[in-house]
Design a protein around this ligand. Sequence first.
Ligand code: HEC
Ligand code: HEC
Ligand code: HEC
Ligand code: HEC
Ligand code: HEC
Ligand code: HEC
Ligand code: HEC
Ligand code: HEC
Ligand code: HEC
Ligand code: HEC
Length: 488
Amino acid sequence: MAFIQRTLKQIAKRYSGNLAYFKKPHYWRTLRFRVFAGISVVALAIVVAVAISSRMESDERGGFFLSQLYNPGPISQSHADIAKDCSKCHQVPNAMMVVDVKASPVDQACMECHKNHELHQPNVPRSHSCSACHHEHMGSGPMKPVTDANCASCHAVQAVMTQSAELGKTLPPSAFDLTPRDGHIHFRAPRPAEGYTAVFRSFEEGHPEFQVHREKLKDPNTLKFNHKVHMSAENMPLVDGKKMDCASCHQVDASGAYMQPMSFEKNCQSCHSLQFDARNPDIHLPHGDVESVQSFLASLPLQYAEKARRLGIREEAELKAFVRIQLEALRQEVRSSTELSQSIFFSTESRSPTPRIQSMPDEGRARFAGCAYCHEVKGQTTGVPELTPPVIPDRWLSRSQFDHSKHAHMDCASCHQVENSVATSDILMPSQQSCLDCHSSKGGIVASCQTCHGYHAHSSVAALQPTGASQGSLRHMMLNGGVVTSDK
Ligand code: HEC
Ligand code: HEC
Ligand code: HEC
Ligand code: HEC
Ligand code: HEC
Ligand code: HEC
Ligand code: HEC
Ligand code: HEC
Ligand code: HEC
Ligand code: HEC
């Protein structure tokens, strides 16, 4: 389109006789100047007000401006105490914060208060920013739960898992010892050569079978125990007047989540008391270390004398006679004290005339069979007993968490098939398939990763970790709208 061109002559004509026009005041020009000056003053006032207000806010004297102006949203209830103190998370003082907030090391600030929260696994190619999973400024209620997409961003990505498996091979096994030091006895499955790097999307799509079953692991406990016999033997003695059931030996701990440890005294003694002399079934060996049993045996005359006193025998000669008769009777059965000791420590046979406990009268049913009835006892050739103390784990699937109280309405046997188990070496844990009946879209019960797993290594363990791979990679983190990118 052609413009209407004015010639130079036409323009010059317009200013002829009016060359100093700009020296004369004009309504439009005055207004322009006033508007400019006015805006400048207002802007300056705002900057000053913001600066003062933010200083007041960090002094907790209550400001009004900054949070309204620059706050992207209310802070969650967990951080309500520091909601107004922006610098607790942003580390940049006062008004300057606005400029710097994106590049500020928010994660470092999180870790000032939440120590040891960066470690998930030592072989992650790079850690995620805290705020990739925990979102702030999203409302004053509780923080939103971490979503499965966060877990899937590594666990469902082949490239990440392959890289992790490779990285894992370069680290010492001790770096992966993340078992919590929480007072429980944990069954420790060995870490597979490739680590736990299976690729899957959800609990129902590809989540691996639990390692104890996948690798057909065995319980290494040396205590001998036979669930089948105890659950099904005919004429099994009653426990507290009731038929024995799982709860006779297994009861949940105070939290309701896991089972209490068992003890000989609480769970076995009522039937297997350490009674060794059929004529004196009320005298029991102490249960515990070999030495105390040996010194008890050495003090047998004293034990019988004590019994005599309990029976009301005061006369010295009568007392001595009682003790002699008991010892002689015992010797008739075992011939020597060495033999007595040998059978107590090593024999797996019942010494009672009727080997089956249940057919014995009440007092005698606890006929002692020897420590080796329940324990691994070595040293039979040398004659010096070495008893392997049993270790009964009370946490089995330590890489996950479980809660028995949430499943109290269920039959134990629907998860633990013990009725045919005759050996301790059987691991009686449920399969992954059995959980899917409920924890799946079909079953309708929550099946998010967080239902069964935590993310952060237990603090008792994380504190032990050397500043290894995961911390190194944190240094290379930059916040980018809540998603993490690495600067490398
Ligand atoms: C408990 C810690 C915490 C406190 C307290 C906090 N913030 Fe934040 N803020 C964050 C986190 C985490 C992010 C990063 C979110 C992201 O990158 O998506 C963020 C992001 C921001 C952003 C950038 C938003 C964006 O979209 O990039 C601004 C602006 C901000 N905060 C302002 C404030 C102000 C103003 C206050 C004080 C009233 C404050 N914050 C208090 C944790 C906090
Ligand atoms: C000034 C100390 C402080 C800072 C900084 C801080 N927190 Fe917290 N955080 C707390 C306290 C206190 C709690 C409450 C603990 C409680 O309720 O037992 C908490 C709770 C939490 C919780 C648990 C919330 C829940 O619902 O259970 C998460 C997750 C969390 N903070 C993440 C973060 C993240 C991510 C950052 C960095 C953006 C951060 N925190 C910065 C002190 C802090
Ligand atoms: C991949 C997601 C993810 C990342 C990244 C992440 N968390 Fe968590 N965080 C979780 C999950 C899931 C839980 C709840 C389960 C648990 O307790 O482990 C949690 C729980 C927490 C809790 C409350 C429970 C507790 O242990 O006290 C705090 C605090 C917390 N995270 C802080 C942090 C901090 C700080 C960072 C950054 C260094 C961070 N988180 C990074 C997923 C994540
Ligand atoms: C930054 C990547 C990354 C993210 C995000 C991540 N994981 Fe992992 N996770 C790994 C790697 C790598 C391993 C393998 C460790 C090994 O080789 O033994 C692993 C192992 C595990 C294991 C088994 C090993 C163990 O000792 O517990 C569980 C369970 C687990 N992750 C749960 C989760 C959950 C739940 C989330 C989400 C809240 C999550 N992970 C998010 C990288 C990640
Ligand atoms: C007389 C006591 C007793 C009774 C009754 C009993 N248990 Fe056990 N249970 C034990 C002992 C001892 C162990 C440890 C030795 C072992 O692992 O076999 C054990 C271990 C277990 C374990 C974990 C060890 C593993 O290998 O997985 C489970 C699960 C278990 N029992 C379930 C049950 C169930 C279910 C019942 C009821 C049907 C039951 N038990 C009845 C004594 C008993
Ligand atoms: C009926 C089975 C049974 C018999 C018989 C038995 N024990 Fe035990 N013993 C157990 C059980 C169950 C445990 C594990 C629970 C506990 O520590 O109370 C145990 C644990 C032990 C421990 C380890 C204690 C600890 O604190 O770690 C020693 C030592 C021990 N027994 C020695 C003996 C000796 C010595 C004998 C023989 C005089 C014996 N036991 C006979 C069942 C038995
Ligand atoms: C209610 C009584 C009762 C209790 C309590 C009891 N048992 Fe038994 N136990 C028996 C009876 C009865 C037999 C013998 C069954 C038979 O020979 O047919 C037996 C047999 C055994 C055997 C030999 C199993 C076999 O394979 O022949 C061992 C080992 C044993 N018990 C260990 C224990 C341990 C360990 C505990 C405690 C955790 C315990 N028992 C608790 C009654 C009991
Ligand atoms: C929904 C399935 C389910 C039901 C029902 C169930 N359990 Fe368990 N049980 C488990 C799982 C999973 C573990 C492994 C927990 C862990 O990691 O330590 C376990 C562990 C155990 C252990 C080993 C000790 C421990 O706490 O880890 C014993 C013993 C046990 N259960 C007995 C029982 C008895 C007895 C009942 C019935 C009252 C029962 N369970 C019901 C799933 C179940
Ligand atoms: C018969 C159905 C059923 C089966 C089978 C089942 N669960 Fe559950 N589970 C539930 C119910 C119902 C809850 C409670 C859910 C709730 O509180 O929202 C639950 C809760 C849980 C929780 C606790 C979540 C929390 O909030 O603390 C865990 C962990 C869990 N189940 C693990 C398992 C595992 C592992 C298996 C398989 C060995 C399993 N469950 C099998 C029904 C089942
Ligand atoms: C219903 C409970 C449940 C849910 C839901 C669940 N898991 Fe698991 N997961 C387990 C149990 C139980 C184990 C076995 C733990 C052990 O062996 O110590 C396990 C094992 C794992 C392992 C180790 C795998 C291996 O190779 O042995 C990883 C990794 C894992 N889970 C990640 C996840 C992730 C990611 C999610 C969410 C997509 C998830 N799990 C959901 C119960 C669950």
